[in-house]
Design a protein around this ligand. Structure first.
Ligand SMILES: Cc1ncc(COP(=O)(O)O)c(C=O)c1O
Length: 387
């Protein structure tokens, strides 16, 4: 058959999760009781208030129309208010905030807004694979900076500086981090902002897990750094904060010119978020503070239970300070992919090999605690037997 694929698709790295999906399907077809700790898809139901608002709004006259491209003003205002309460940062709802069809959509599209073919993008390794996919699809070149355990999985300023060239157009940071679960401080963001201002490029900060932080701590926003808006945008997501992964709502916030360029791409490619979903997102941002606390507590208890039980059984697992991911060193010294296969073959557990997040993820696996406690207990039971 004629090959119809665009060259840019061939440039994309193989989608590892597809291989894992195949392995999972094979195990299921053999009748294995598979425990899927692979994808980070929160299982906690969306708070009832949000669902009720969606249902009511869907029945309101006019709810089936196209939305305006930049979303309803009430939603942009609700996000600005939420941001002020949470981070003490003012955002102009008319220019510094843009609703997204989930933050992944914005992370992909911002590359089309800012990158020319041949431009370079600095990307954390390990990191969320969409930074690479977005850059590659836009014809840009990913340049990876390693995150080492000995540096607390934070970037090393000097090595990062060495990667900056005249072609650098964008730097990605992501804290709390997927996959490492690490939280950065304002001082870490200051270093990134200084670098971006000096190099004249845009710093994109992915804050999808900003509210899933444990031990009574809070993650800062990069926009708290004085002058950040001159060079930075931050991505937020309702998927994890309010357990709304399938609803597809997120936000970009920060530098006006970048927000406007992203809005221009989106105006040409999508027609906004379903209006009742926007209404429900307003309810989430304005009325669900206690639900956020409850959701956070669920994931914190799971972390304590899972990591505590594994360490009690002789594993050496660090408790993640944030996110619902356990970023675990492969205990038997084998490579990530072999250990992932072994977990599936011998324990019926789906995990993600560290290499799915970049070459520097070798030697790690990620387990996502997005299943109810009884399933996690079952996983622990099986992991105990593996040793
Ligand atoms: C680091 C990170 N950023 C962004 C996203 C995308 O989230 P959403 O598109 O649901 O807002 C995810 C989803 O897993 C993620 O892990």
């Amino acid at each position: 058959m004629m090959n119809l694929m665009a060259d840019r698709l061939r440039e994309l790295p193989p989608y590892l999760f597809a291989r894992i999906d195949r392995m999972k399907s094979e195990a299921l077809s053999r009748g294995v009781d598979v425990i899927d700790l692979g994808v980070g898809d929160p299982d906690v139901p969306t708070p009832a208030k949000i669902v009720d608002r969606l249902a009511a709004a869907a029945r309101e006259a006019g709810s089936h129309h196209y939305s305006s491209y930049s979303g309803i003003r009430k939603l942009r205002e609700a996000f600005s208010e939420w941001f002020r309460d949470r981070f003490a940062v003012e955002l102009d709802p008319d220019g510094e905030v843009l609703p997204l069809l989930g933050s992944k959509e914005g992370i992909g599209h911002i590359c089309f807004a800012l990158l020319n073919p041949g431009d370079e993008v600095l990307i954390p390794d390990p990191g969320y694979p969409v930074y690479t996919a977005g850059a590659t699809l836009a014809g840009a070149v990913p340049r990876y900076f390693p995150l080492y355990e000995e540096n607390g999985f934070l970037p090393d300023g000097e090595s990062l500086q060495k990667l900056v060239t005249a072609k650098t157009k964008m730097l990605w940071l992501n804290y709390p981090s997927n996959p490492t679960g690490v939280v950065a401080g304002v001082e870490d963001y200051e270093k990134g902002i200084r670098l971006a201002r000096k190099g004249g490029f845009v710093l994109c900060h992915d804050a999808a897990y900003s509210e899933i932080v444990f031990d009574g701590k809070k993650a800062p926003s990069i926009l708290q750094v004085p002058g950040a808006k001159e060079t930075a945008v931050e991505f937020h997501s309702l998927s994890k904060t309010f357990c709304m992964p399938g609803w597809r709502v997120g936000f970009a916030a920060g530098n006006r010119d970048v927000i406007s360029a992203l809005a221009q791409v989106k105006t040409n490619l999508d027609s906004g978020i379903f209006l009742p979903v926007q209404e429900a997102a307003v309810t989430a941002l304005r009325e669900c503070r206690e639900d956020v606390e409850r959701i956070r507590a669920v994931f914190e208890n799971r972390r304590n239970r899972f990591v505590g039980a594994l360490n009690g059984a002789g594993w050496k697992v660090a408790a993640p300070p944030a996110t619902f991911y356990v970023w675990m060193k492969v205990p038997d010294g084998s490579d990530s992919m072999s250990f992932t296969s072994r977990l599936l073959q011998e324990c019926g557990i789906v995990s993600t090999p560290g290499t799915g997040f970049g070459p520097n993820g070798e030697g790690f696996v990620r387990m996502s605690l997005t299943l109810p406690e009884d399933r996690l207990d079952k996983a622990i039971e099986r992991l105990r037997r593996l040793r």
